[in-house]
Write a protein that binds this ligand. Structure first.
Ligand SMILES: [Zn+2]
Ligand SMILES: [Zn+2]
Length: 446
């Protein structure tokens, strides 16, 4: 199965029909380009398990793979590279922050893959694919979509995105740049479907400062905040909230330490972000403490989970203290989160959840219906290809595209061959797909 010079193909091996473990392949003129290679976390009888797409199809064609592009630093986009990249023997292209996050993970896994750092808005030819990095706003810095131009046609791959005019860290959404792409004839847009079922417009990261400050200031005891470590803008906002409320900031959890180090190395978190060492917490009055903690999803061993079970080595939360979830519950984690909440409630710790609060305490990184409509109206592609979602999300995304005047939508799933040029069509179940997991240092099929 080889695309000719007239063909432009898209084959997702992961992330279409599910949320997680994205792996996208683009094929043209006998060559392949990989965009993202992520993991998903699955609860199994053996515990929480890291799973990833079975890359057999592209591993069999590794010598025609021209490169791997990592669009951003989320684990559902880069998490499988440490396990799989050695099979492909080609460089990984990404911007500086994602490289900072990925490099130690590759090293830890003994992976030899080369990282090539590109500038936002860079242009690069990889084999028959001419690429342009398109900065886009999302819930982690330096996220980039891609313009992929070939002799057979042109694709815009949005990556994960939202329209955030004030993302706190990094530049605001560059609407003129996105609108200007309509000067080109775009054959297909491959587009994030995560929040296609939500009406209206997503909140901006900048909308959260007031609400978080109000929640933190209203507490008389210690405050612990659960948030995603990769959301550097949220960490920056919380640093400002700590100084405005007269509290010392303290980070609990390995991924927070790693993410803040990567952020600082790229010039982020330079002001209003001065965490104290955890061992100093014991010397401070309760009302001067603000903790950022990992474990908003109730992950076993994470800081919040241990605090809830009163098993944290350096800190105990008590009556009068408050836990704020500046995050949403990822579907599948509800039971764990409920168990964590029960633990806090048993100690008399007050719990504030973003989705139950009247104040804005969390903003999603994905586009709601209005944002999707704008994007389709700006790009006016011949075909819309919803990805990054379960069937219902992708269907909703397709309907929005149709209402925005996009003539064709191709909704498929992992393993389908999307022929984007010369004639758009889907060949269902064209390629074998599956999942791998790691078992005692070896990858096995699920
Ligand atoms: Zn994602
Ligand atoms: Zn993402």
């Amino acid at each position: 199965m080889t695309p000719s010079v007239e063909d432009l193909w898209f084959i997702p091996l992961g992330g279409s029909g599910e949320i997680g473990m994205n792996l996208n392949l683009f094929g043209h003129d006998g060559r392949w380009l990989m965009v993202d290679c992520g993991v998903t976390f699955e609860e199994t009888v053996g515990g929480n398990e890291v799973q990833m797409p079975d890359p057999q199809f592209i591993a069999d064609r590794a010598d025609s793979l021209v490169g791997i592009v990592a669009t951003h630093a989320h684990m559902d986009h880069i998490g499988a590279l440490p396990y799989l990249a050695d099979q492909f023997d080609c460089p990984i292209y990404t911007t500086s922050f994602t490289a900072q996050v990925l490099r130690p993970k590759l090293r830890e896994a003994g992976c030899q893959a080369q990282l090539r750092v590109v500038e936002p808005r860079a242009q690069l030819a990889l084999g028959p694919f001419s690429l342009r990095w398109l900065p886009i706003t999302h819930s982690t810095p330096e996220t980039n979509g891609l313009l992929i131009e070939t002799a057979a046609g042109t694709i815009v791959h949005t990556a994960d995105w939202k329209i955030d005019p004030a993302p706190v860290v990094g530049e605001g959404f560059d609407q003129p740049m996105w609108q200007a792409l309509s000067n080109k004839t775009i054959d297909a847009v491959i587009c994030d479907s995560t929040n296609a079922l939500n009406l209206g417009h997503s909140l901006s990261e900048a909308d959260l400062y007031e609400g978080l400050l109000e929640e933190v200031s209203a507490s008389t005891g210690r405050v612990a905040i659960g948030c995603f470590a990769s959301n550097i803008a949220r960490l920056q906002t919380l640093g400002r909230v700590a100084s405005a409320s007269g509290r010392y900031l303290c980070l609990l959890g390995r991924s927070l330490i790693a993410m803040t180090a990567a952020a600082k190395a790229c010039g982020y978190l330079t002001e209003d972000f001065e965490p104290i060492p955890p061992n100093d917490l014991g010397y401070l009055p309760a009302h001067e403490v603000m903790i950022l903690a990992t474990g908003s999803q109730g992950e076993p061993g994470a800081a919040l989970t241990r605090l809830a079970a009163n098993r944290h080595p350096i800190l105990e939360l008590d009556r009068g203290d408050r836990v704020i979830f500046s995050a949403k519950a990822i579907p599948g984690n509800e039971t764990r989160i409920a168990a964590m909440e029960a633990g806090f409630a048993a100690s008399g710790v007050e719990i504030v959840h973003a989705h139950r609060s009247n104040l804005p305490l969390h903003a999603s990184g994905h586009p709601n219906a209005e944002e999707l409509t704008h994007m389709y109206q700006w790009l006016r592609p011949a075909v819309a290809v919803p990805v990054h979602g379960e069937a219902a999300h992708m269907q909703a995304n397709a309907e929005l595209a149709s209402r925005a005047g996009i003539a064709r939508q191709l909704v498929g799933e992992n393993g389908d061959l999307f022929r984007l040029a010369p004639m758009p069509s889907i060949l269902r179940r064209a390629v074998a797909v599956g999942r791998l997991f790691e078992d005692k240092g070896r990858l096995r099929r699920v």
